[in-house]
Design a binder for this molecule. Structure first.
Ligand code: ZN
Length: 119
């Protein structure tokens, strides 16, 4: 049985160390009319539709700034999964989609089942 010196790739580590640092947040939220504001990107809020949502260029969560009237928050992973926090195979698919957006090759090696479950 062939062995891999590095063991199965940890999907969460791959996402955090390889994909997210290279991911242009504006491509993730491209359908929300993102506007580059320097340290952050302003978007239309998916919930209240006002141009008041923002995410830092290295951030993980889009937040609506209308805290008293909306306050919507959605993570990058949940957003690309259609609004539901992805589990199992949906998580793998979401990471693959983000890797594509970031221009990072998705590893050919299979991820260990524990990574899929813990996601
Ligand atoms: Zn909102």
């Amino acid at each position: 049985m062939p062995s891999d010196a590095n063991g199965p790739i940890d999907l969460v580590t791959f996402l955090e160390q390889e994909v997210l640092p290279r991911l242009d947040r504006a491509t993730v939220f491209a359908d929300l009319k993102p506007v580059d504001k320097g340290a952050y990107i302003q978007c239309n809020c998916p919930q209240c539709r006002q141009p008041r949502a923002y995410i830092y260029t290295d951030g993980y969560v889009l937040t609506c700034n209308r805290l008293n009237t909306c306050g919507y928050r959605v993570s990058i992973l949940t957003y690309v999964s259609g609004g539901t926090p992805p589990r199992g195979r949906a998580f793998v698919a979401a990471v693959r989609q983000l890797a594509d957006l970031a221009g990072v090759p998705f590893p050919d090696r299979a991820f260990g089942p524990q990574e899929v479950i813990r996601a």
